[in-house]
Design a binder for this molecule. Structure first.
Ligand code: NAI
Ligand code: MG
Length: 362
């Protein structure tokens, strides 16, 4: 097959949830004759144990060559006291940086069977389906100058700089407009143009790109603090939200909580397309390695299964197969099965592999 997928299960519950993805991959091969050239390798703590580094050069080369990378999670107490340069998270940062993954896609979908898991009223979240596109490689997390300066007399100064260029804004806004065309055809762009120069530039450039190439898509500009309020007041007003690295970090975590559990949330990170139209992409659940439940068959595999579904949709042009997985998840939840993290009264509590079984069967 020419569909190459590099699987990096990682640490803690990573390998446990990835096992359920393998079963779906096998099912697709047998039943739909859709096959993948799979490779598996180490990342994070497991790579540190084997190679002394959280991501070996050979693994990085495989990631460069693959159509998509699917990652479980990295980290755990065993590696907590290591120097930052060899921490498990550095493996993930290296992948993001070297694959040029500038757009982070975080869907917030409220599964109707899980309405009770939200902390908001059912009518506010029922049917919620928003996509947050967060700029991932620029902004205040990377801008120069940065640092902590000693001013004398015990006074110190911490500095970070928010910087965006036209091309950085255009490429992430382009991702948002393209996604919107395949969804509800509306984009809300968030910044704080009222107080930030980079926000003024962001607003102007998103508007320019819209007028030149995406005039068919609805565009609204909203201050990020207002967006934070609107997300809890009336989240269904949004379709696609596009925003910078810092506001995106906060708004995507806020949106995640509208939908219930960490164990349900997938993500994708996309890079630039090359001459053939292929773009690097990394898919991963939002959650971490959950050392508190690792090895106990308690982990919810749905976030990782939905991340795989995103890979099918965005890297392999297999939207129907992606929808099939998403629908199977909906159906199994509607049937009352729950892993421990999404358990509520009257439902059936099941293990990681029983949940995987049910989804494959569905
Ligand atoms: P976490 O997401 O691993 O766990 C937070 C809580 O949610 C825990 O109680 C955990 O049991 C639960 N949880 C998470 N995923 C779940 C799932 N699929 N099913 C059921 N319950 C689930 O975050 P935490 O505890 O802050 O970090 C644990 C380790 O993971 C640390 O080493 C951290 O650095 C790492 N981490 C890695 C990330 C990644 O690989 N992208 C992201 C966040 C944390
Ligand atoms: Mg965050």
């Amino acid at each position: 097959s020419n569909r190459s997928l590099l699987v990096l299960p990682g640490d803690g519950i990573g390998p446990e949830v990835m096992r359920e993805v393998y079963r779906v991959v096998e099912w697709m091969d047998h039943r739909r004759h859709v096959s993948f050239a799979l490779q598996e390798d180490l990342v994070g703590g497991s790579a540190i144990d084997a190679h002394g580094v959280p991501l070996a050069d050979a693994t990085m080369e495989k990631a460069q060559a693959a159509d998509a990378v699917l990652l479980g999670a990295v980290g755990g107490p065993k590696w907590d006291n290591l120097d930052f340069s060899v921490k498990p998270e550095r493996g993930l940062l290296r992948l993001r940086k070297e694959l040029g993954l500038f757009a982070n896609l975080r869907p917030a979908i409220c599964f109707s069977a899980l309405v009770e898991a939200s902390s908001l009223k059912p009518e506010i979240v029922e049917g919620l389906d928003i996509m947050i596109v967060r700029e991932l490689t620029g902004g205040v997390y990377f801008g120069e100058p940065r640092g902590i300066e000693d001013l004398g007399n015990g006074e110190r100064r911490g500095v970070n700089t928010q910087v965006y260029t036209t091309s950085e804004i255009h490429r992430v806004a382009r991702v948002a407009f393209e996604l919107a065309r395949k969804r509800g055809n509306r984009v809300t762009s968030c910044e704080k143009a009222n107080v930030m120069e980079s926000g003024v530039l962001w607003r102007e450039e998103v508007q320019k790109l819209h007028d030149a190439e995406y005039a068919d898509v609805g565009l609204e500009h909203m201050y990020a603090d207002n967006a934070a309020m609107q997300l809890v007041r009336a989240p269904k007003q949004f379709d696609v939200i596009v925003t910078d690295n810092l506001f995106g970090d906060i708004l995507s975590d806020e949106a995640a909580m509208l939908t219930g559990s960490l164990g349900m949330l997938p993500s994708a990170s996309l890079g630039d397309a090359d001459a053939t139209g292929r773009r690097h992409a990394l898919y991963e659940p939002v959650h971490g390695s959950a050392p508190d439940i690792a090895g106990k068959e308690l982990a919810n595999p749905i976030a990782t299964l939905l991340s795989f579904a995103m890979a099918l949709r965005y890297s392999f042009d297999l939207a129907d197969d992606a929808t099939m997985i998403e629908t199977a998840v909906q159906q199994v939840l509607a049937g009352g099965l729950r892993t421990a993290d999404i358990m509520s009264t009257g439902k059936a509590k099941v293990s990681t592999s029983t949940m995987g079984d049910a989804i494959v069967r569905e």
